[in-house]
Ligand binder design. Sequence first.
Ligand SMILES: CC(C)(COP(=O)(O)OP(=O)(O)OC[C@H]1O[C@@H](n2cnc3c(N)ncnc32)[C@H](O)[C@@H]1OP(=O)(O)O)[C@@H](O)C(=O)NCCC(=O)NCCS
Length: 297
Amino acid sequence: MPSVHLREGQPKDSSEAGLVCYFAFKDVAEKNNMRPELHSADDSIKAVASKLASSHVYSVVAIDKKSGKILGSNFLHEEDHICGVGPISVDPADGQNLGLGRMLMEDVLRRAAERNKAGVRLLQDCFNMRSLALYSKLGFRGRGTTAVLHGAVVHAKKGSDVIAIPSGCKTRKCIESDVEACCKLCVSIHGHDRRNDLMQAIEHRKSFVVLREGRITAYTTGLTYNGHSVAESNHDLKALIVSAGDIMYPGFHCPVDNGELLQWCLESGLAITKCMTMMSIGMYNNPSKPYLPSVCF
Ligand SMILES: CC(C)(COP(=O)(O)OP(=O)(O)OC[C@H]1O[C@@H](n2cnc3c(N)ncnc32)[C@H](O)[C@@H]1OP(=O)(O)O)[C@@H](O)C(=O)NCCC(=O)NCCS
């Protein structure tokens, strides 16, 4: 293994760490005949820059002691009781399969333990044997598979007719006064809330709620790769999905064990981008009602 040291990431690392992240994900995607989820190196740099600048995200970079080059990075989303990891990446040219990924994962697990977090979670690309092996060896346990879904919601059998919002449901932007009801719903499903994640989504105007019989029956922080949703029923989740209309690539995560919802999504015109394994360490309750995880958890 190259001689490296770890240090906390800084905004000035954005370009270098963003490029490593872009090429690492491109490399593994292409080796597995998959389309890379990041369109360009610029998108990757922007995504890494926003994480490095966020007070809700802890970051770590691995530096080659000899050249001073960044060889990898990892991120821990630590705003709520449960933390989410990712994206982790190691330079595909100089660093992979030599133990750097393990160092970067152990570092964020140490951070979560120091902060007394209840648990750490992530979603792992099913086609990536190395990351599955690494996370399992570190103690993560599989919690099911998701299908990542993208496309435009139309009624497959009727060509381009747009599907109506399910009966009795109204959707609107989530506002701050909805937060308590949304957190209560999340606790009833997962046993914990995601208050700070939700607050950020409201601030960025990405969050929506479903109202049925005068109460909030679902919310989402975005029908996207990074957004999560919880709902009283699949009926309510369908209202969120129909309202979103166009689901941008790579898409949102539908748990495969929610077969009724997955079948409806596919019959409504969405396509599967790839599958991911949900994994956790620490506190985990089997969700009691329908939900869509984010790429972190
Ligand atoms: C995933 C990634 C971060 C791992 O980093 P890395 O430095 O290559 O991995 P490491 O060498 O630290 O660890 C790999 C471990 O898995 C083991 N492993 C790898 N492939 C394996 C396989 N097919 N079966 C069993 N074990 C395997 C290795 O032996 C090693 O185990 P060890 O820690 O006990 O020695 C890196 O490969 C990467 O950047 N990939 C592209 C981006 C990516 O896919 N990120 C994760 C998305 S889910």
